[in-house]
Design a protein. Structure first.
Ligand SMILES: [Zn+2]
Length: 332
């Protein structure tokens, strides 16, 4: 039995956000298809580590890991991840699917931190062991808040179409960042993740794609296997939070979540078509997911713009990420 990626999607905000967005997009249908000609939409990020060793040496390691995770997000959300090249070999199996580029950039904020955080100008927006509510960081409204929790019982959790009010995206510490950098979070010798925590050491969630997946939820995507109504996959629903013109028509209907690193063919076919298991919004191993579709990209890019994030620097990122956080500078 393959180990499935397990996450929990928080849908509490779903209807409220959906209604607001539908009203908005009726006036802005031109947002359809992300236009990268003016550069990506920039989202400031704050990272909140919980349950971690805060010795001086380990904080340096945690900063490196944070930068690594931001790099992974930026590759996956600009379609510049190296493994996206694998799409060419399977594209013929998906005649209605268009490879996408969300055109979104994540910056680990360095300036103008919220009042009261105690973080100095120029220092990274990272907090340590100060989370009292893993679901809300109201003081960090306006950011993508990644709460990285050690010994968390799930792999991840996110609001679906998060509202940037301080709602968070939770990532299990075991799955944060890539094992390409030294880990300062994993429990040595642990082999499982689940109730009570613990980390895989078998290379399943080791490429930072849990954050890619969970942030996809935060920006308006459901799973490609269509389980948003009752957590039971079927062949009837769309994998966008939103309705036309921001529905998702270029992912095949699927009723099966997939784990491991499956192959094309009967075992990955449902609802009469090949399942798009290599999509970031399925449950396969990190090394076997590598793409968003064009319609998924439209939904996420538009949701970010609806929440006032822009391709221009002045609002709000100029003050928060003056270097646009391309290549986060680690200073300690
Ligand atoms: Zn999910």
């Amino acid at each position: 039995m393959e180990k499935f990626r397990q996450d929990i999607v928080w849908q509490q905000e779903y209807q409220k956000q959906k209604a607001a967005f539908q009203k908005y997009v009726q006036k802005t249908a031109s947002l359809k298809n992300p236009d990268c000609s003016n550069g990506p939409v920039i989202l400031p990020v704050a990272i909140h580590y919980q349950g971690v060793d805060v010795s001086e040496a380990n904080i340096g390691c945690l900063e490196t890991l944070a930068a690594n995770q931001i790099d992974i997000l930026n590759e996956d959300y600009s379609a510049t991840n190296t493994d996206i090249s694998e799409w060419a070999a399977v594209a013929d199996s998906f005649p209605n699917t268009v490879l996408g580029n969300p055109c979104i950039e994540f910056c680990l904020a360095t300036y103008n931190h919220p009042t009261g955080t105690g973080i100095a100008e120029g220092d990274l927006a990272i907090t340590y062991n100060e989370v009292t509510d893993t679901f809300f960081r109201a003081d960090w409204a306006g950011y993508i808040n990644l709460v990285v929790v050690k010994d968390y019982e799930n792999l991840g959790l996110s609001f679906v179409a998060g509202d940037f009010s301080g709602t968070t995206t939770i990532i299990n510490a075991c799955a944060f960042g890539s094992d390409d950098v030294p880990s300062c979070l994993s429990d040595a010798g642990a082999t499982t993740i689940g109730p009570g925590g613990g980390c895989f050491t078998d290379g399943i969630y080791n490429k930072g794609r849990t954050a890619t997946h969970e942030v996809g939820h935060y920006l308006g995507l459901f799973h490609v296997f269509c389980d948003e109504v009752d957590n039971q996959p079927d062949c009837t629903c769309d994998d966008s939070v939103f309705e036309a013109p921001f529905n998702i028509t270029d992912t095949p209907t699927s009723s099966e979540a997939h784990g491991g690193c499956p192959d094309l063919g009967p075992t990955t076919t449902s609802c009469g078509s090949q399942d798009l298991f290599m999509n970031f919004m399925d449950y396969v191993n990190d090394e076997c997911m590598y793409m968003f579709t064009s319609d998924q990209s439209t939904v996420m890019n538009s949701w970010a713009q609806f929440n006032t994030f822009t391709t221009d620097l002045p609002v709000p990122c100029e003050q928060i990420c003056p270097q646009r956080c391309l290549g986060v500078q680690i200073t300690r």
